[in-house]
Design a protein around this ligand. Structure first.
Ligand code: ASP
Length: 308
């Protein structure tokens, strides 16, 4: 197969139909579709997988419905701390930022780390400086704030005060991501998140941890995850999918389903992944009620889904 493939996600969790209005559902589909279109425009013109996944993730970061960039969730002390990563399957170069707030598109800050420094993961003032040096636009708290995420924080904190753990994934987390194979056969992955509602300040999830929530390697696959980050890190989720393909000869679908259903699902790691292999096959397994997701390939049109 010489064609391109692209998949995007906008987070996974308990997406209950009864909490969804027709209008809201239409907005989710429209957001996913816009992200696919942004990536498709690049891939159809023989652009790179890296450009396509970055463009798709920027669209999702700009849409306040999703927990990344504008609309990121709040920490327990009411701040927003964002994590993002990109990985290029051709070179295995990667860039990531963690715990930052300021760049309008954290994914571009992650890409700047990959392209402008000798490092993979930056935090704190130097992560922001790299973004500034790259000329990326910055925004203030009023841009990133959404009432819905603020209310979710209040609910979670209230439950904590009553000794109840908030295990509702719909309220607690979300993430956005994209994976692509371009017409040159190169793979790339990009993931961006606000993390989990009421996380401790300084908590870093799986998204910027290469091999946990983000991974790309031309020989095997590109993966972007969403779900309970601590479990993704402990089970090395994204790299495990690639390892199963490399060492056990598994197909993308077998490897991704095993990791999502058995490794993560059996160990309290609710969530899912989107993944593409070197031939452009796509796999989008999740172990919870729904995952905002979409695909487009050279052969097929734009498809977006929420539930099973
Ligand atoms: N994986 C993200 C994190 O733990 C959250 C999510 O994808 O829902 O930070």
């Amino acid at each position: 197969m010489t064609g391109f493939s692209l998949a995007v996600h906008g987070g996974a969790g308990t997406i209950l139909r009864r909490n969804m209005t027709d209008e809201l559902e239409a907005r989710y589909h429209a957001g996913l579709r816009r992200a696919l279109q942004a990536g498709h425009e690049i891939l159809v013109a023989s652009g790179s997988a890296m450009d396509a996944v970055t463009a798709a993730v920027c669209v999702l970061e700009d849409e306040p419905l999703f927990n990344a960039g504008r609309g990121a969730v709040f920490t327990s002390d009411g701040q927003q701390e964002m994590d993002a990563a990109v990985m290029d399957g051709a070179t295995r170069k990667a860039g990531a930022i963690a715990g930052i707030m300021g760049p309008r598109n954290p994914i571009l800050a992650a890409r700047a780390v990959m392209e402008r420094t000798d490092h993979v993961l930056l935090i704190g003032p130097s992560a922001l400086q790299v973004a500034r040096d790259a000329g990326l636009p910055f925004e203030g708290t009023e841009y990133f704030f959404t009432q819905q995420r603020w209310d979710a924080l209040q609910t979670t904190l209230q439950m904590r005060r009553h000794g109840v753990d908030d295990t509702d994934p719909a309220r607690r987390h979300g993430t956005v991501g994209a994976v692509a194979r371009d017409t040159h056969g190169n793979l790339a992955a990009a993931t961006s998140t606000g993390g989990m509602t009421a996380k401790l300040p300084g908590r870093v999830g799986d998204t910027p941890v290469i091999g946990a929530g983000t991974y790309a390697d031309n020989d095997t696959c590109a993966v972007s995850g969403t779900g309970h980050g601590e479990i993704f890190i402990r089970w090395n989720a994204a790299a495990e999918i690639a390892a199963r393909m490399r060492h056990a000869g598994q197909t993308l679908t077998d490897a991704a389903c095993h990791v999502v259903m058995d490794d993560l699902g059996s160990n309290g790691g609710s969530g899912g992944v989107i993944a593409v292999d070197a031939q452009g096959n796509l796999s989008l397994p999740f172990n919870c009620e729904g995952m905002y997701r979409g695909t487009v390939t050279q052969e097929s049109g734009f498809r977006t889904y929420i539930y099973r």
